[in-house]
Write a protein that binds this ligand. Structure first.
Ligand code: AMP
Length: 305
């Protein structure tokens, strides 16, 4: 059994009110794989990088037991490039540039050794590529989680809707949920999106936590109030990786386990934002993660007397 993560691997230029970095390793897949690797040791990556990608980064992933057999290297082109600038509230950002480069015609080849996949994370990527990955698995995984973003809603809505129909869990942020549904109320938005196909929907609300919808139930997870948010890039991908990694570890998919998975995903995401890029996700300990999860528990636990 394994977890497959398919998603972008990028070189990012990021500007936040705290500083500016250029060409640091990002993309949805590295954040998601590193996060999942803290819960599950059979995480398998499907992605593509270009000639300018720092290859020593692959050693870091392998050190985390991430299988990189499905990582393609195209030495003739540049890696996917993204640049973004955060507003002062750090909850919203502008995409300055997206250079698809190697992603433009990425053909996601699934190695034979990946066919034992039970948990599939379709991290942010063109919806048609996400669909191809599902179709190339001989057996439908027990759980398919999909993340996406406004970029694909703007340029490939029909493909996106078709892909959403094929998955079990969709994770998007509040602005994207509103854009996709045309509803301002997140409750109404969730109802409409669940009618589009997925059984569960997670709406990420940045520093305001996350909402899980499904089985006619709603769960609201807090976000940890952090004194310093350094760089929110990848928080959503980290969340998704922690979420699916935890579910793969417990093995059973139900609303109760999903609630816990949302908390573990949120805990990992709270580490991610403390440093630029994937830096903070490289050296966490089990004790640190357990302590952070306890902080989430005490933050939202109360008794009515
Ligand atoms: P997040 O902050 O969770 O939305 O993820 C940010 C990461 O997504 C960055 O590291 C980007 O490289 C990557 N990214 C940005 N735009 C896209 C896109 N259109 N497709 C795939 N990945 C993207």
């Amino acid at each position: 059994m394994s977890v497959i993560v398919i998603g972008s691997v990028a070189l990012d230029d990021i500007e936040t009110p705290f500083g500016k970095v250029e060409k640091i390793v990002g993309g949805a897949a590295p954040f998601a794989c590193l996060a999942a690797s803290y819960f599950y040791d059979k995480v398998k990556l499907v992605a593509i990088i270009g000639a300018n990608f720092p290859k020593q980064e692959i050693d870091v992933w392998q050190h985390h037991h991430i299988n990189t057999e499905g990582l393609q290297i195209d030495e003739t082109r540049q890696s996917f490039y993204w640049s973004g600038k955060y507003h002062i509230d750090m909850n919203s950002r502008d995409t300055l540039e997206t250079g698809l480069n190697v992603l433009e015609d990425f053909d996601p080849i699934i190695p034979a050794s990946y066919q034992d996949c039970e948990f599939l994370l379709l991290a942010n990527l063109a919806p048609t590529t996400q669909q191809t990955a599902i179709k190339r698995l001989h057996k439908r995984p027990k759980l398919i989680v999909m993340d996406t973003m406004n970029f694909w809603m703007d340029i490939a809505l029909d493909d996106l809707l078709e892909t959403i129909r094929m998955v079990d869990v969709l994770t998007i942020n509040d602005a994207e949920a509103r854009q996709l549904s045309g509803e301002y109320s997140l409750v109404k938005a969730a109802k409409k999106i669940l009618n589009m196909g997925p059984k569960y929907l997670i709406i990420k609300k940045g520093e305001h936590g996350a909402l899980l919808f499904g089985d006619d139930l709603i769960f609201s997870a807090p976000a940890l109030p952090l004194a310093d948010v350094f760089d929110p890039t990848g928080a959503g991908d980290t969340f998704a990786g922690g979420f699916i990694g935890y579910l793969a570890k417990v093995g059973t998919v139900n609303f109760t386990n999903m609630k816990n998975a949302v908390i573990y995903g949120s805990a990992l995401a709270s580490f991610c934002v403390e440093k630029f890029g994937t830096e903070k996700l490289k050296n966490l300990t089990e004790e640190e993660i357990a302590a952070r999860v306890q902080q989430f528990v005490s933050l939202s636990k109360f008794e009515i007397i």
